[in-house]
Design a protein around this ligand. Structure first.
Ligand code: ADP
Ligand code: MG
Length: 297
């Protein structure tokens, strides 16, 4: 049987828009030593804005590149995808060509075949696999300025040749900084786990203050890092939104899913669901868990 204080606390959490699925989940929140956070969609809004798109190579122009990007991305559910389709539309380009064999390449990006051409879209890891380098891309100063502004940079390939490059930004959640401060005052160590590049991750870190960062991770890397942290530091929570976060949510002592626009898989795996997507509510739940723990209800 669940003690009255726990039941009351769970009811109060529900009023704040937090579904705490069990008494032990609340207890874990109260004992939290470490909180790991996914970046895209968790610390950030998960709504990208496309900043710049450049076509590269002799047989590629911007209209063709945008058309291909729109066709491929209309198949994807990654937060980047919708913003790219919208950007193409803004430039009068609708995704009309048929995409065959669309595939998600874990930790790298996406690919598919359009009118006999294999099109890849993805991050640095993808670029490295095809040996595309920045020297093949844009003037170094432009790449540098994209990086310095913290934009996520993506690469586009046509039949294994570099065909274009673009950058996009995903703003931090408005409450992210305040949340980090509150958790720090609670003595909770924060760790960011992201599939994004180290450059983009470091920019986010700079805006948020002290935060351990692990970038360019595959879903399995998130699981491995989390298990190690758990062993080393004790009670560990994990907040995420994506299908790719589900394995890490399952490994954590308390898995927390972003409810609005988060994936169903993450919601099912998690012990706590944040229905408002407001990180401050999560901080409130940690405090609630502590009060129940110290019986100062
Ligand atoms: P994350 O949730 O951290 O973005 P993912 O595993 O979903 O992690 O993706 C890893 C990386 O692959 C992303 O950071 C992005 O760079 C790239 N990526 C994934 N999907 C797409 C897509 N549809 N278009 C372009 N890049 C993508
Ligand atoms: Mg995510």
């Amino acid at each position: 049987s669940t003690p009255v204080a726990t039941t009351c606390a769970i009811a109060r959490a529900a009023k704040m828009g937090l579904i705490v699925k069990s008494g032990s989940a609340l207890e874990a929140l109260g004992k939290l030593k470490v909180l790991a956070l996914d970046k895209t969609g968790t610390l950030t809004e998960g709504h990208f804005q496309v900043i710049d798109v450049r076509a590269l190579g002799q047989n590629m122009d911007l209209a063709r590149l945008l058309h291909w990007i729109a066709c491929i991305e209309s198949q994807s559910s990654h937060p980047l995808a919708a913003s790219l389709v919208a950007y193409a539309k803004l430039h009068g380009i609708a995704p009309l060509d048929k995409v065959e064999g669309f595939e998600v390449l874990a930790g790298e990006g996406v690919c598919g075949v359009i009118s006999g051409h294999t099109v890849h879209i993805g991050n640095e890891r993808l670029a490295r696999r095809f040996s595309w380098t920045e020297d093949d891309a844009l003037e170094p100063a432009l790449m540098e300025s994209w990086r310095n502004q913290g934009w996520s940079i993506s690469w586009v390939g046509q039949d294994e040749n570099l065909a274009g490059i673009f950058c996009a930004g995903d703003p931090l959640r408005v409450e992210a900084q305040e949340f980090v401060q509150i958790m720090k005052r609670c003595g909770v160590h924060l760790v960011m786990l992201t599939g994004d590049s180290l450059a983009a991750a470091t920019m986010t870190q700079k805006k948020l203050g002290e935060l351990e960062v692990h970038a360019q991770l595959f879903p399995q890397d998130k699981v491995d890092i989390l298990s190690r942290i758990k062993t080393r530091l004790g009670c560990t929570g994990m907040v995420g939104d994506g299908i790719n976060d589900a394995p890490a949510l399952a490994v954590a002592d308390v898995g927390i899913a972003m409810g609005v626009a988060g994936s169903a898989v993450a919601m099912e795996t998690a012990d706590v669901a944040l229905m408002t997507n407001d990180l401050r509510q999560l901080a409130a739940a940690v405090k609630l868990g502590r009060r129940v723990r110290w019986k100062i209800w």
